[in-house]
Design a protein around this ligand. Structure first.
Ligand code: G3P
Ligand code: CA
Length: 326
């Protein structure tokens, strides 16, 4: 009897521990599903998000652009033609520059488009030829709200606590079109239960002025990530630390030799960020694109063990999850 109650107590402890392990914890290294499990299913489709959830990514990313009727849509670019059949469905709706802008279409019009693998506009070929076949699909665009409902719904049904990692795209462009994208996105996040740093949501933006405004003027209390783009300077860490909680440098800045900084300098940069209490979430780790490294595992080894990154954006969340588990 005593033995079996001891066994039960031990079992409950193990269960409790494994439950805690499956919740998001920013003190651990995190895996961010870049545009979903986009290495397997076209980026930013609901299907790619469901797959990323099943693969146990810690966070799932949403790039956000506004529609004409001011609704946050999950899509990487302000343009449509690299990932949808817009040129076939609405051939007359491009602007003078020949581009089809998300912001020129209402939500119901956007929902008529079919989403496919990303193409290179100059060749019309898939950017990543070994991924999902490039053909007409039944995949559709969707709103930020719809995606949050999917992730929260799957969190409930699986008992996981997978977070969201939305990115506000091109606030300057939206402002010129008369729209305050940050305000609108924050309203949706608050409505869906994300408003505090402890909530499973990290908000990111490349535009430092805008991220600072989000924190100071719009009073946002979420965990914020300042994205950095090669060849943007890595020298403004103190400034970023005054309003952000993490930085998101590109793999080119941190890893590729073309940046010209020594390994020691790169490591010191990350140490400096850590001393300023900034986490470092680097992008984008791809199994089918790992310049300077023989294989993906070597790149992950370098990123996590040598540079001591706190998290990575990846198109292949399953591979990175199993790398970290092992
Ligand atoms: O947001 C992190 C990473 O996704 C930034 O690059 O161009 O894929 O949005 P991009
Ligand atoms: Ca992004």
């Amino acid at each position: 009897m005593r033995n079996s109650s001891k066994y039960l107590a031990l079992l409950s402890l193990i269960l409790l521990f494994s439950c805690n392990m499956s919740t998001t914890n920013l003190s651990d290294k995190i895996v961010i599903a870049h545009r979903g499990a986009s290495g397997y299913v076209p980026e930013h489709t609901m299907e790619s998000k469901a797959m990323a959830h099943a693969m146990n990514a810690d966070y799932i990313e949403q790039d956000i652009v506004l529609s004409k009727d001011g609704i946050p849509i999950v899509i990487h670019d302000i343009y449509l033609e690299e990932v949808t059949d817009v040129a076939l469905v609405y051939p007359e709706r491009s602007r003078e520059d020949g581009r089809f802008y998300v912001i020129d279409f209402n939500l119901d019009e956007l929902m008529r488009l079919s989403v496919h693998e990303r193409i290179d506009l100059s060749t019309k070929n898939a950017v990543f030829p070994n991924r999902y076949p490039l053909k007409k699909t039944s995949f559709r665009l969707h709103t930020l709200e719809d995606e949050i409902e999917l992730i929260q719904g799957m969190n409930k049904s699986t008992g996981k606590n997978i977070g969201i990692y939305p990115e506000i795209k091109n606030p300057g462009f939206h402002r010129k079109q008369g729209k305050d994208i940050s305000k609108i996105v924050l309203q949706v996040l608050t409505k869906k239960g994300y408003s505090k740093k402890s909530d499973a949501c990290i908000l990111q933006c490349f535009d430092a002025k805008e991220l600072q405004r989000i924190r100071q003027e719009l009073g946002c209390d979420l965990f914020l990530t300042q994205l950095l783009e090669f060849p943007q300077s890595l020298d403004d860490l103190e400034k970023y630390a005054s309003f952000a909680d993490a930085i998101g440098p590109s793999i080119e800045q941190l890893i590729m030799e073309s940046v010209g900084k020594s390994l020691q300098e790169k490591k010191e940069f990350i140490e400096r960020a850590h001393k300023l209490n900034l986490k470092v979430h680097a992008y984008t780790f791809r199994r089918d694109q790992h310049p300077n490294f023989e294989n993906f595992e070597d790149l992950l080894e370098f990123g996590f063990n040598e540079l001591e990154l706190d998290g990575v954006f990846t198109d292949f969340p399953d591979t990175v999850v199993s790398f970290l588990e092992n």
